[in-house]
Design a protein around this ligand. Sequence first.
Ligand code: COA
Length: 197
Amino acid sequence: MQIVAQGPRIYLREMSPSDWKAVNVYASDPKVIELQGWGPHTENDSKDWVALAIREASVKPRKMFYFGICLNADDQLIGGASVQRMTDPINYGTAEIGLYLRSDQWRQGYGREAIKLLIPHIFENTNIHRLVGRCREANQASARLLESVGFRKEGHFIRDVLIRGKLTNSYSFALLKEEYNTSATEHISLDRLQSLV
Ligand SMILES: CC(C)(COP(=O)(O)OP(=O)(O)OC[C@H]1O[C@@H](n2cnc3c(N)ncnc32)[C@H](O)[C@@H]1OP(=O)(O)O)[C@@H](O)C(=O)NCCC(=O)NCCS
């Protein structure tokens, strides 16, 4: 299993077929999916999702990234980190991120550690220059997590997302590559961005 980023307590890695069981723990948890437009997963949904993540990992240029979040201590997979490119040409270089952790692991700083591993991995290894994070208005954990690593709140949308039959309000946050690496003074040319995959 390929480790893509290593932190002090957790690491991010590519998925493997047997991960579906660990994914299903959080993807079927009503607390985790409460404010998401998907789920709860069945076991088959989690198997399909992991199979998709594995297939997408070999697509070039890669449009979808889904990494397992694992504990250094015992290699347990406790969550997932996703990055999905927006495919409309007018959204060139923009991708949406998502983070999902097992609810028994919340509020221990793993979410922040995971997003702090994910952001440089994406900005340094792909031509994505803009990351977007969306969450429901009620999702204080997600909003706080995004703001705590430098995402700017860009939008507040009213009744824009249908969650289990109810239209809900949401926030949109974004972080540019140059905002993340504030010390970078180089101008990133379109040619340079297009040379990265
Ligand atoms: C969002 C999520 C990944 C956060 O992970 P986490 O490991 O619990 O977050 P951390 O412990 O790293 O905390 C990060 C920040 O968010 C805050 N936070 C975390 N949970 C919170 C909550 N329920 N309410 C308010 N703030 C919260 C922390 O206090 C911390 O802020 P601080 O720097 O001001 O102290 C996790 O709650 C989760 O998986 N939620 C369900 C799925 C989801 O909503 N994902 C987001 C979709 S994009």
